[in-house]
Design a protein around this ligand. Structure first.
Ligand SMILES: [Zn+2]
Length: 98
């Protein structure tokens, strides 16, 4: 994780939290636990596709996640995305050019 990745103005962070809450509700994207019912559960911004692959703060690539899920996912691709990629890019679908 680079230092520049975390540089986000507080008002921008607040704006993104509000936007994602309106889009996805007040729940962790991964475990679906409600943030409102767990006041101690810290809400974080998570890059669904890891920041190293899709850098920036585009709202299309952001979800709200509890700190626990965010730390558990770390810099990995979400499993459903991996399944999707495997389904689309199966070896039998590859064209042989040699
Ligand atoms: Zn969670």
């Amino acid at each position: 994780m680079s230092a520049a990745r975390n540089v986000l103005a507080p008002e921008t962070r607040t704006f993104l939290h509000c936007r994602l809450k309106n889009r996805d509700g007040s729940r962790c994207f991964y475990c679906r636990r409600n943030f409102r019912r767990r006041p101690g559960r810290r809400k974080t911004l998570d890059h669904y596709i890891p920041h190293r692959i899709w850098p920036g703060w585009n709202v299309d690539n952001l979800v709200l996640a509890c700190e626990r899920c965010n730390l558990a996912k770390a810099d990995a691709l979400p499993l459903p995305l991996v399944w999707l990629l495997l389904a689309v890019y199966r070896p039998e679908n590859w064209e042989l050019t040699a």
